[in-house]
Ligand binder design. Structure first.
Ligand code: AMP
Ligand code: MG
Length: 392
């Protein structure tokens, strides 16, 4: 049995980032930047109004003052207007500040009287003016190599008129489920059969990483069919096989991989659930064999497959997000493997949910976080622990 740390290190040594590519920036959502990117423009790009109101000279604007309105500056083309003491220019949110103005008075704070306004408030220099560069300076780093591009980063790139962005490689994955007892959802169940659910689980998890599921196949516990399905699967960067990696007579995956010439780097890891986990390489494909029990497949995906896919995609952060939480119950791990407890993190408190067994899919569906209990570790209720968030 291999330690979890060795398994993870070995996998991350073996998999390599895939070739970078340039994409139109709108196609970069969820991908990882391949370069540090600097701002082309400051933000705001010019001094502008934060409010609908009047541009004024603050020193001529004590409460009760009357000002003559000399023009109007909407958002858009700069009309190059000027404001002198005793004057005001009608202005709207996002409009460039007229020369001479050093404050904006909100329209709610004035009374309009024909061509004049009465100021109903005291006005300070700089009020409601958004200064050029106060948010972002020209040349400032807006994106680091390896950082994920989210919705707000896309908006930031658009604000800089980037049409394209260099991102990490595209990861294509194949999912292969195995097991004679499994029936595709929608089909008829005979006695002893169950519906196949791991392909849905793994498909969703792969997509959440930002990789592409190129094929999804189910295979009976039949050596020849399995070999053929594996040959098709390894056309991709990643092949994820569910089931058939344990020690039973019908667990054929390891031998089928060996026969095809695969290098098996890892088999059986000190992790609960998920001990029979397998990792190997065949041609250019990283092959992951996950135990068929849904929770084992889930936990081993998050601990071993996810970081490998993220590394291939060019990410620098391979870890699940972690948060401190107050434990609500006592927990002890008296097994010989690190135990990943499924639970719910709510309002800073972590509570285990459902049966902590590897088949218990319902409990898993109620959880949003994992707590790793090391071998022999005991924790008491109210202790603060770090939990891994997988549903955010
Ligand atoms: P295995 O790893 O093939 O020995 O399977 C372990 C357990 O997981 C068995 O109870 C299987 O029926 C179940 N199982 C295997 N594959 C799947 C799957 N794709 N969907 C749901 N359950 C599965
Ligand atoms: Mg099986």
């Amino acid at each position: 049995m291999i330690s979890e740390e060795t398994a993870r290190t070995t996998i991350l040594e073996k998999v390599r980032p895939l070739p970078e590519r340039t994409v139109s920036f709108s196609g970069a959502l969820g991908c990882f930047s391949a370069r540090d990117v600097g701002a082309r423009l400051p933000l705001p790009t010019f001094d502008n109004s934060a409010m609908d109101g009047y541009a004024v000279v603050a020193s001529s604007c004590t409460k009760g003052a009357r000002l003559r309105v000399t023009g109007e500056q909407p958002a858009g083309r700069d009309k190059q207007l000027r404001v002198s003491p005793g004057e005001a220019v009608r202005i709207f949110t996002g409009a460039p500040i007229p020369q001479g103005a050093d404050a904006i008075v909100m329209q709610e704070d004035v009374t309009r009287d024909g061509n004049e306004i009465l100021i109903n408030t005291d006005v300070e220099v700089g009020e409601f003016i958004r200064r050029r560069g106060c948010d972002l300076a020209e040349g400032q780093k807006i994106l680091a190599a390896g950082e994920r591009i989210g919705p707000a980063t896309l908006a930031l790139l658009a604000s800089q008129s980037f049409a394209e962005v260099m991102i990490g490689g595209e990861v294509k994955a194949a999912i292969l489920t195995t097991g004679d007892e499994l029936v595709k959802p929608g089909g008829k169940l005979e006695a002893g059969q169950i519906y196949e659910s791991n392909s849905s689980l793994l498909n969703a998890l792969v997509q959440r990483c930002g990789a592409i599921v190129k094929s999804e196949e189910h295979c009976r516990d039949d050596r020849e069919r399995l070999t053929e399905a594996i040959k098709r699967g390894i056309e991709n960067n990643v092949l994820i096989i569910s089931g058939g990696v344990s020690v039973g007579k019908h667990d054929l995956v390891k031998d089928a991989l060996r026969e095809l010439g695969a290098q098996i780097d890892i088999w059986r890891v000190a992790i609960k659930p998920g001990k029979p986990f397998l990792f190997g390489q065949l041609n250019q494909c990283a092959v992951f064999g996950l135990p068929g029990n849904p929770v084992s497949a889930f936990v081993t995906f998050l601990q071993f497959v996810r970081p490998a896919i993220l590394k291939m995609m060019g990410s620098t952060n391979l870890d699940l997000p972690q948060l401190p939480a107050k434990l609500t119950v006592d927990l002890t791990n008296d097994s010989d493997r690190a135990h990943y407890i499924r639970g719910r993190l709510e309002h800073g408190r972590f509570t285990p949910v459902g049966h902590q067994e590897s088949h218990a899919l319902f409990g898993l569906s109620q959880s949003n976080a994992l707590l790793r209990l090391a071998v022999s570790q005991s924790l008491k209720a109210d202790e603060i622990v770090d939990v891994q968030i997988w549903d955010w």
